[in-house]
Ligand binder design. Structure first.
Ligand SMILES: C[S@@+](CC[C@H](N)C(=O)[O-])C[C@H]1O[C@@H](n2cnc3c(N)ncnc32)[C@H](O)[C@@H]1O
Length: 268
């Protein structure tokens, strides 16, 4: 990548299409069209093209405003990568693949993608803290609404046997990719929700939203072992009581507040 690029701006008074055609031929680059203005950018010097355009305007007996400015090039990929931050949550360190791992922390790699779950949202962070505190090695875990898979990857890294489900097929694909990226395994996966579970689990985690938790509360409890742990999140504090009412037959072990978001840990 060169240190500089040239930006040629042309605002024709008339014959817009002819100027566009000529600019395309002369620059062989993508042209930006903005309210009657044509903008070409190139790492090649465009001052000769500007001269040609002005000669063309004279031939057409019209005029156009032009400017050709030399600008500093940006490393857009590096700029973007610098905007994606790692997150340290308890003993876990969640990072994009281009960042270094942190010694002494449990490493989780999540690259930016469509699925929710980078570790920066309050609900994800609180669920990870709850997993660290309440989930024991070798537990069987169901991650309902796995998103990026971040929570089930955390559980897998603690030595749990995990199953994943999400109503969105893109999340299932992203989670599978992220398991590979993190060199951990899951057992079973399906597109759908807790009502499709074929067995009971030691731990069920559902970071969804209050309305959905209320809607699927029976399914979540149904796939929980007798002494199982249920972690629910995605609850805005104004909806907390409504969610609590649906789980009052369970023991409330912990309520984690982070800004306006609440995560609850129950035991059966
Ligand atoms: C807030 S994201 C949580 C992602 C990830 N588990 C985390 O904690 O960062 C909620 C996820 O739940 C999924 N979802 C929504 N309704 C669902 C339902 N009824 N059953 C299962 N998953 C659902 C969404 O597709 C989304 O991926």
């Amino acid at each position: 990548m060169s240190e500089y690029y040239y930006e040629l701006t042309i605002k024709p008074k008339s014959h817009y299409e002819q100027f566009l055609d000529l600019l395309e031929v002369l620059t062989n680059n993508a042209i930006e069209e903005l309210d009657g203005t044509l903008i070409a950018r190139s790492e090649d010097d465009l001052t000769n093209v500007e001269f040609g355009i002005n000669e063309f305007a004279k031939r057409l007996d019209t005029s156009c405003e032009t400017s050709c400015v030399k600008k500093e090039n940006q490393d857009w990929i590096k700029n973007y990568q610098q905007s994606v931050k790692s997150a340290e949550i308890g003993k876990f360190y969640i990072r994009p693949s281009w960042e270094e791992k942190k010694d002494g922390s449990i490493d989780i790699i999540i690259d930016p993608a469509l699925s929710f779950g980078s570790g920066h949202h309050e609900t994800t962070a609180s669920c990870i803290l709850a997993i660290e505190q309440f989930v024991k090695e070798k537990s069987t875990v169901l991650d309902v609404g796995c998103g990026s898979g971040i929570l089930s990857i955390a559980a897998a890294k603690l030595g749990c046997a995990v199953d994943i489900c999400d109503t969105d097929d893109v999340c299932i694909k992203d989670t599978k990719d992220n398991f590979k990226l993190n060199s951990v395994n899951f057992n079973d996966s399906w597109i759908g929700s807790a009502n499709n579970a074929k067995k009971k689990y030691d731990v069920v985690i559902a970071n969804i939203v209050a309305d959905v938790l209320v809607m699927i509360h029976k399914d979540l409890k149904k796939c929980l072992n007798d002494d199982g742990i249920l972690i629910v999140s995605g609850i805005l504090d104004k909806h907390l009581d409504r969610v609590l009412r649906k789980f009052e037959d369970l023991n409330k072990l912990e309520v984690i507040h982070k800004n306006e978001w609440v995560t609850i840990v129950f035991s059966k």
